[in-house]
Design a protein around this ligand. Structure first.
Ligand SMILES: [Zn+2]
Ligand SMILES: [Zn+2]
Length: 456
């Protein structure tokens, strides 16, 4: 350990109560995606108190704070903290009004980047960094509240549903060359994973039929629920055409299926996410999903509207950062086990994250810390080791940033040089926009159904 590393660890130790206080405060005041107003305000306040230049209101609630802006041309490193919580009404910390609770542990990331800012903004440490550091609080990693997001879309405040997706679109990552991201995990280890996550798109499928007396005159109706059910069945029959290697997951729900049992359902609505491990499989699964749902409408004579919105891209297996592993060794000093999981074939995750989107346009290095008990996204989620969940996270963020930026930012520049983007920002936006579409197939009009007119 060199003198700067010692100073970084001392700085975090001397601010431990502040970091813990911030983490506990966020834990008990969770906010949902694109609504993280208080979280953003508290973070921005602390960044300003450190004398950092702050940008607020990015993709509704995002906050950036700049350290060493005069060195931005050498290299610019982002330390990312996600701000949003989940709606888990029976969690002990759930906000009584919004039911928001931090059951994915994003508040641990926020505590981590606050601690890193406290340590790295020390003039002696800042002077040893040959590059700019951007402490970046980002909104809306969890995908949900589609109707609320659609409202934001209509108001022109966002175009995509994911926080990082939106931040890429508006150019908020343009002044960052590479980023460090973190996620909490259940258990008591520090973990490095070289793995992949599924990408997804979201679909809302509306069936429009014709109402009629359900017992007296069903022949005059077009049953939208039956059409939806047939669409769902067609989708089931397609499942054996998805290849295991692509990890396709399609999990529809019916959100509307009729109003009164006496009436032939005039409208039925199905929502689904379509997920897969790579872009090609995702496109294939989308095509088949659309075909299945349209088929339900065709058979019953109902009109079908399918509204598709982009979700997240699949994450890429980009390796394990040696610099972060070394940072973790220094931070932990033997106290916590450090687990490396380098084989992508063993690290396939069928859930999704917008970190994948960022990986498609710039390099991202990641680490995980434990300190969590229970299950992620569940009411029994809890932080049981604050030292590991909060302070160790801050130490690895800060020591990692130092390792990347010391000695002329050698390590950071190597990561940037070795990186091959899948998309430029413009290509990314074009790809995402190409996913946004609403397709309609009309059903037969009632008048065209044979022979029933006289019964009206
Ligand atoms: Zn989550
Ligand atoms: Zn999460």
């Amino acid at each position: 350990m060199d003198a700067v590393e010692r100073k970084i660890l001392e700085n975090i130790e001397s601010h431990r109560e502040e970091i813990l206080g911030f983490a506990r405060d966020l834990y008990s005041h969770g906010e949902l995606g694109f609504k993280e107003k208080e979280t953003a305000r508290k973070f921005a306040e602390r960044m300003k108190a450190l004398g950092l230049r702050v940008q607020e209101g990015l993709a509704v609630t995002g906050v950036k704070a700049y350290l060493n802006p005069e060195k931005k041309d050498q290299v610019s490193l982002g330390l990312i903290g996600e701000m949003d919580a989940l709606r888990i009404p029976n969690h002990k910390c759930a906000n009584p009004a919004t039911q928001a609770a931090h059951c994915c542990g994003h508040h641990c990331q926020m505590a981590g980047i606050l601690g890193a800012a406290l340590a790295l903004s020390d003039p002696e440490v800042a002077a040893a960094l040959d590059g700019q550091v951007v402490f970046f609080a980002v909104p809306a990693e969890e995908y949900g509240e589609v109707e609320f997001k659609n409202r934001l879309r209509e108001e022109g405040k966002i175009r995509y549903g994911g926080g990082k997706c939106e931040l890429i679109r508006i150019g908020a990552f343009e002044d960052i060359d590479l980023s460090i991201v973190h996620h909490s995990s259940v258990g008591n280890k520090i973990i490095f994973v070289n793995g992949t996550n599924n990408g997804f798109v979201s679909k809302v499928i509306r069936y429009k039929g014709t109402a009629a007396h359900a017992a007296g005159a069903p022949h005059l109706g077009v049953n939208a629920l039956h059409a939806a059910t047939l669409g769902l069945t067609a989708l089931q029959y397609l499942r054996d055409t998805f290849q295991d290697k692509d990890h396709v997951r399609i999990h529809p729900i019916i959100t509307r299926g009729g109003d009164l049992v006496n009436v032939v359902p005039e409208e039925a609505v199905v929502e689904t996410l379509v997920r897969a491990g790579n872009k090609e499989a995702l496109e294939d699964a989308c095509r088949k999903t659309d075909r299945a749902f349209f088929a339900g409408g065709a058979a019953l004579g109902a009109a079908v509207e399918i509204e598709t919105l982009p979700g997240y891209l699949p994450t890429l297996a980009t390796g394990i950062s040696e610099e972060l592993v070394e940072a973790a060794r220094t931070a932990s000093d033997g106290k916590y086990e450090i687990l490396l999981r380098p084989n992508p074939a063993e690290n396939l995750n069928t859930s999704s994250t917008d970190v994948g989107d960022l990986q498609h346009v710039q390099p991202v290095c990641s680490f995980r810390t434990g300190g969590i008990a229970g299950r992620m996204h569940s009411a029994d989620f809890d932080v049981v080791d604050e030292e590991l969940a909060y302070l160790m996270t801050a130490k690895i963020f800060a020591l990692g940033a130092y390792r990347f930026l010391k000695d002329g930012a050698k390590a950071a520049k190597k990561v940037v040089e070795d990186y091959r983007p899948v998309f430029t920002r413009e290509e990314y936006v074009a790809y995402m926009d190409s996913q946004i579409r609403t397709e309609v197939r009309a059903g037969e009009r009632l008048e065209e159904l044979a022979g029933n007119k006289a019964d009206k």
